[in-house]
Design a binder for this molecule. Structure first.
Ligand SMILES: *Cc1c(COP(=O)(O)O)cnc(C)c1O
Length: 456
């Protein structure tokens, strides 16, 4: 087997600023031990997120120059609409400035007190938008997905039985829609199988509940189906994506992921009445329905990106380059969620730092150590992000304590990734020295973005 090479060559480069370990110690302390508050110039390898961090292609930049900036009826909108319709088959396509804007519009309309929204695992902004509307967001991840050490093909799957029981308990009239997130970002970037999407749809249909897909990483999910699910090995990623969306009544998407752009998103659906309500709200909060909070040029870049992301050579390289990092870490004994997900490697902080309990934020301790050791920025996905306080102020922790190393699309080369693996392995060897954290500031919602900490 030959080396799998990046399926592109580099036309334009951006320098990285190097810092010393001493400098990084001061920078991190000043940022309250929260890497969200660090200047990006002080980061060597930025694995904070794969969102909006893609390198665009020459064809996308060319699209930027050709964007039609007409307020209404922009040519770029029609290209955007056509690109999304070709993949999703949705009748009504509404551009938004990013994924959460689509969520905000959708849940402002269908949410509210007494309503419930099941999902395999809600992403943080999805959960926040549902809860902000007064409704409840519920996760039904299948059992195997909760065990980071077990290797399985589709660890993002919905627990169908639990979902059905939940619908019976809460009453179908209180569940305006069901969601399924592909790939399952918060659950480790793990894919959902076509069979599971089909079965989720069957349950939804039985109770008359529409199914919406959170499609941020639909192309990566399609590629996993192609390589792991029987019957799909000879289908193209586009054919697989089309089948996925054939089970959906609606879609929310952050184009900052699998549309390979730096900003953008959309909301799409089959139901005309709901689309009209969404468009009316869009006009108040985002903009006219043919640009929805974006410039015409952004719509062009999304349309082009959606074509490029379904290229099989790209997807092969993408999924393999993430697994490459995972393989190196596993070989060195570093505990990660196995098998590697589509867009990120998730370190399992509970096994990495068994001595630090969840309420002392073991994930945050690893995040800080990776920054100081090698200038790598990562993010905690555990008690900092999803912990809740009960009436007595005691923290209720989520099931997993993770650190996400998200890989931006088409940005870093194999030597960058080799460096990352060296730093993670070095940090793991020095894990005895690491200490936990406590909050000095926490916001009431999405606290991980702005929280400040000090060492215990
Ligand atoms: C990123 C993301 C969102 C939100 O999209 P933004 O563009 O960041 O607002 C929603 N769901 C999932 C699964 C995501 O990964």
């Amino acid at each position: 087997m030959r080396t799998i090479i990046e399926p592109f060559k580099i036309k334009s480069v951006e320098p990285i600023r190097f810092t010393t370990k001493k400098e990084r110690e001061i920078i991190l302390k000043d940022a309250g031990y929260n890497p969200f508050l660090i200047h990006s110039d002080d980061v060597l390898i930025d694995l904070l997120t794969d969102s909006g961090t893609s390198a665009m292609s020459a064809a996308q930049w060319a699209g930027i120059m050709q964007g039609d900036e007409s307020y209404a009826g922009s040519r770029s909108f029609y290209r955007f609409e056509e690109a999304i319709r070709k993949i999703t088959g949705m009748k009504f396509i509404i551009p938004t400035h990013q994924g959460r804007a689509a969520e905000k519009i959708l849940f402002s309309i269908v949410g509210g007190k007494g309503k419930y929204f099941p999902n395999n695992t809600h992403f943080d902004t999805t959960r926040a938008n549902i809860e902000f509307s007064g409704a409840e967001a519920d996760d039904f991840l299948n059992e195997i997905g909760k065990h980071p050490e077990i290797r399985a093909d589709f660890k993002g799957n919905m627990d169908i039985q639990k979902l059905e029981k939940f619908i019976q308990e809460k009453g179908k009239e209180n569940i305006p829609l069901c969601m399924i997130t592909i790939t399952n970002n918060s659950g480790g970037g793990q894919p959902v199988s076509m069979q599971n999407i089909r079965e989720t749809k069957e349950v939804c249909t039985k109770y008359g509940i529409p199914l919406f897909i959170d499609a941020c990483r639909f192309a990566e999910n399609a590629y996993f189906i192609k390589t792991r699910e029987a019957g799909y090995e000879h289908k193209s990623p586009l054919e697989i994506a089309k089948e996925i969306f054939s089970y959906a009544d609606g879609v929310t998407m952050s184009a900052k992921k699998d549309a390979l752009v730096n900003i953008g998103g959309f909301l799409a659906m089959q139901d005309e009445r709901l689309a009209t309500q969404c468009r009316n709200l869009l006009i108040v909060t985002e903009g006219f329905p043919t640009y929805g909070g974006l410039a015409g040029r952004d719509l062009e870049a999304v349309a082009q990106g959606l074509e490029e992301v379904l290229d099989e050579n790209y997807l092969h390289y993408r999924i393999r380059s993430v697994a490459y990092l995972g393989d190196k870490l596993v070989a060195a004994g570093v505990p990660i969620i196995e098998p590697p997900g589509g867009h990120a490697i998730y370190l399992d902080a509970k096994r990495f730092l068994p001595e630090i309990p969840p309420h002392q934020f073991p994930g945050q301790a690893i995040v800080c150590a990776l920054y100081i050791e090698g200038g790598i920025r990562s993010v905690e996905i555990g008690s900092v992000m999803f912990g809740k306080n009960d009436e007595n102020g005691n923290m209720i922790s989520p099931p997993m304590e993770l650190v996400r190393l998200a890989i931006p699309r088409r940005v870093y080369t194999q030597s960058h990734i080799d460096y990352v693996s060296e730093v993670v392995i070095e940090t793991f060897k020095q894990r005895e020295k690491m200490r936990g954290f406590k909050f000095t500031y926490e916001a009431p919602m999405l606290r991980h973005f702005t929280a400040r900490f000090e060492h215990i």
